[in-house]
Design a protein around this ligand. Sequence first.
Ligand code: GAP
Length: 429
Amino acid sequence: MEKLVSLAKRRGFIYPGSEFYGGLAGFWDYGPMGVELKRNIENLWWKMFVQSVPNIYGLDAAIIMNQKVWQASGHAEGFSDLMVECKECKKRYRADHIKSDRCLECGGDLGEASLFNMMFETRVGAKQDEDSKTYLRPETAQGIFVNFKNVLDSYSPKMPFGIAQIGKAFRNEISPRDFVFRSREFTQMEIEYFVEEKNWEKEFDNWLLFMREWNEALGLKNVKEIDTPRDNLAHYSKKTIDFEYEFPFGRSELYGLAYRTDYDLKKHMEESGEDLRYRPHEGEPFLPHVIEPTFGLDRTILALLNEHYNENGERGVWLALPYKLAPVKAAVFPLLRNKEELVSKAREIYSSLRKEIPGVAWDDNGNVGKRYRRQDEVGTPFCVTIDFDTLEGEENSKDTVTVRNRDTMKQERVAIDDLVDYLKEKIGI
Ligand code: GAP
């Protein structure tokens, strides 16, 4: 884990939040590489689960919603973890993270466990009374439920159909830890898939397969599916399968697939008085049931870094990220930075690649070996070197460049005219 945290910081994937003010536990900032990786994951997810599926609708709901949403959903009352506090130093722990009855910090006595609601409270508007109180959303899902009827009214979708959303969620975790694994601000990618009750098992199984496809696309091998025992289920769920990944600190939840029944729509219908029933062409109106595949984006990044991190003494570190997800797809080098004709040819190629391929970098620092190392560390699949043969080589090497592949370390001469197509085909864009 230390290696991942250090690589993430050094190469601009993830920085500690508010760092020079001493940081703020549970908050992280994504740097230039991190933000590209994050977007590539979001784009792949959106393409796979929204754009390629005819009956899934996208949504981007407000993070802050009326407090009644959280009363109806049960979060205001029930979104709590058991907490214990040290009687001496007052440090607080999540009860299920503590194995002894002594404080890990000072060895003091721990008090009785009490419930701690993890939602961040905030006030809306100038008046600071109970009515102005609400919360930062602890899951994106509720934004979907409160827009269920809007989508129904706009599109009259046939059952089954889904609504998908990518966005921030906030939880005042008692003990944020393990890098971005348990943070207080994180991104979720969620789908609420509305089905007829009689079909829930079939739809649940379909989603299980679909989620496995996603894990394969990410190249994540160490994923185990765990059926959550009944007494451990969230307050809204009748069945949940957790996808657990072998993180550096142990196996833990990466994603979840839950059968939420009609719990949420029923609660919102009761609280708001709005009729949320689905009206089929034939038959009686009914409340749909919900299958919810949920994906944590930050945990995805941690799993990807861990899975694709490689290191050996000779080569150093290389991240074998799937090409589609790599923040930089190709880096362009002039063999020597002080040879004007090489630099200008390389600049020309760099500009033309940038127009066609997202994520092209320029590097002319140090020798080519050092540049390969730098690009390997951030997972760049292809490095393109412009050398003297490019300018004035024999007939079969003039106007060609060297393309080096991150995984095989093999080098190929590719004609400049074919370079864009060559890279696009290899990257799969
Ligand atoms: N809407 C359902 C829901 O929110 P959850 O299991 O509480 O279910 C869903 O969260 C996903 O969000 C998790 O599988 C995980 O990937 C991510 N997640 C949850 N809490 C997190 C935290 N504190 N830090 C980072 N990711 C978190």
